[in-house]
Design a protein around this ligand. Structure first.
Ligand code: FAD
Length: 299
């Protein structure tokens, strides 16, 4: 058994090439091992000290969030809140302050849970994952990365270095909401993210919606193109809700039945579109939406 603390990206990639598994915050890997899900890998390389992975960079064409950026950073980083508000919404809901302080975006994505909170926001924002080995870098679409519950198409030796999204017009907004039974230390019963771009007349120019915890992987709602040109009103929100509920294929477990999840995912999708449209219009909706509007909102 070995445990290496990487002090440079090259160190980390060399350890991975020798068969080590990366550990960032350890909030999935170590907690899972303690709960008996999977034993800890024999060889680990800690990547939490790598400054290269902990940056958020914005250019005219893209926003690049390092895989090592923690949820605590994501929820307050001005660039993330401005350009990818749904990710900030999601990060602010993860676990507790202790979880958010060490848990990372890369760990959330690479753990591959269908209940991961940052997944649906990344999908609606058009993110791709950057994967590196000691000798190559490749870019992978998220629907190709997540192959099943807890599974990814990443090869042994590949490190996720960043999630990269295209820049968005000023008339865009995004939001993530989740159904939760309590306000901390919860995982999504179901959740939904939406991104909306509005035309100059206030009608929808583009709309994407993705769903959490209702399929083996994060599920993007398809067939929304015909809603372009519509205004965001009750009819449109009802139509989004119906499509989300119709496309979801949830399971029943101790937290909710499949029927309840199917029904509630429509409600979440509707709320996500509503909040994303408000942000696209420039209206202030605090991060996270779950605490800003509706039940449980801050006074
Ligand atoms: C109490 C508690 C509450 C939680 N609540 C939530 C919640 O509300 N929402 C939610 O989504 N999650 C939640 N989680 C799960 C967890 O905190 C998140 O998934 C977190 O983002 C994982 O990040 P990490 O850095 O700790 O990952 P780690 O545990 O370090 O790694 C997770 C997996 O990803 C791999 N990995 C990590 N980084 C990389 C990388 N850069 N490249 C390639 N592979 C990598 C590791 O090898 C491992 O397989 C919770 C966990 C706990 C313990």
């Amino acid at each position: 058994m070995s445990f290496t603390i990487a002090t440079s990206l090259d160190d980390a990639l060399a350890a991975l090439a020798d068969g080590a598994r990366p550990i960032a915050g350890g909030t999935d890997l170590v907690v899972g091992a303690r709960q008996g899900k999977d034993p800890l890998p024999q060889n680990l390389v800690a990547i939490d000290r790598l400054g290269e992975l902990a940056r958020v960079e914005v250019t005219d064409s893209e926003i690049r969030i390092g895989a090592g950026v923690t949820h605590a950073q994501l929820m307050v980083d001005a660039s993330v809140v401005d350009h990818c508000t749904a990710i900030a919404d999601a990060a602010a809901l993860v676990g507790s302050p202790a979880t958010r302080n060490v848990g990372t975006l890369g760990g959330n994505v690479m753990n591959g849970s269908p209940a991961m909170d940052t997944g649906a926001p990344l999908v609606v924002l058009g993110a791709t994952a950057e994967l590196r080995t000691a000798s190559a870098t490749r870019t992978v679409a998220l629907d190709e990365l997540w192959t099943g519950p807890g599974q990814t198409s990443a090869q042994p030796g590949e490190l996720c270095t960043a999630l990269v999204m295209p820049a968005r017009p000023a008339t865009s907004g995004s939001a993530y909401v989740r159904l939760e039974y309590r306000r901390t230390m919860e995982i999504a019963v179901v959740g939904a993210a939406a991104s909306v771009t509005l035309a100059s007349d206030g009608a929808i120019e583009s709309l994407r919606v993705a769903l959490t915890a209702v399929a083996p992987t994060i599920l993007e709602v398809t067939g929304l193109d015909d809603l372009s040109g519509s205004t965001v009103d009750d009819g449109l929100l009802a139509s989004v809700a119906e499509r989300a509920s119709g496309q979801a294929t949830p399971i029943t477990d101790l937290r909710a039945s499949d029927r309840y999840r199917s029904k509630m995912i429509g409600v979440m999708a509707r709320r996500a579109v509503e909040a994303a449209a408000m942000r696209a219009r420039g209206e202030a909706v605090a991060v996270p939406v779950n605490r800003a509007t509706g039940v449980g909102a801050a006074e």
